[in-house]
Design a protein around this ligand. Structure first.
Ligand code: HEM
Length: 158
């Protein structure tokens, strides 16, 4: 008899919303201590950490908190317009986020980290591109991005 294995979403595998909220709170504490990134985020809204947590959680298959209560894909892109982010900003942002994920013991299995890093690479490169623009290159009702396990297909379940 073969038993069907249910593949969890990245959101579920990471540990659900409290994990994303803790991750982003700890990450932005580091960002605000970082000499390269602090000036970029000095004027961020007090809800920024939670909004980014809810955005990424939704992309990873979690509840639609960001798109139904806090913003939209369009509004997220809008927030990056004209910020003139550089590759140096992007690299530091990625580095600090991965360090924070390690410190908070997010799952470190190869399959999860491969999907996590792939999304972060994709999303941050798009943020840098959009930050050179003055208008959002999408329609206002553009759906949220979605991210899954990619080629590994799911976590290793013995
Ligand atoms: C996967 C990559 C990224 C995601 C998912 C993301 C997500 C978001 C979201 C959801 C917001 C809006 C927050 C709100 O509604 O209050 C936002 C704003 C912002 N993001 Fe990003 N972001 C990414 C990459 C970056 C990078 C690499 C930088 C700079 C190094 C950056 C800088 C900013 C800034 C400066 C704001 C505006 C903050 C404010 O004025 O309140 N983002 N981002």
């Amino acid at each position: 008899m073969t038993s069907e294995k249910k593949i969890p979403t990245l959101y579920e595998w990471a540990g659900g919303m409290p994990v994303f909220e803790k991750l982003m709170n700890a990450f932005y504490d580091k960002v605000l201590q970082d000499e390269l990134l602090a000036p970029v985020f000095r004027h961020m809204s007090p809800a920024h950490q939670l909004h980014v947590a809810h955005f990424i959680a939704e992309v990873f298959g979690g509840p639609k908190m960001y798109s139904e209560e806090e913003g939209s894909h369009f509004r997220m892109i809008q927030k990056h317009l004209g910020k003139h982010l550089t590759e140096q900003h992007r690299k530091r942002w990625v580095q600090l986020l991965i360090e924070t994920a390690d410190t908070l013991n997010l799952p470190d299995d190869p399959e999860f980290r491969s999907a996590f890093v792939a999304y972060i690479e994709w999303g941050t490169r798009i943020a840098v591109i959009n930050s050179q623009e003055t208008e959002v290159p999408l329609k206002p009702d553009e759906p949220m991005p979605k991210w899954g396990w990619g080629e590994p297909g799911g976590p290793y379940i013995p």
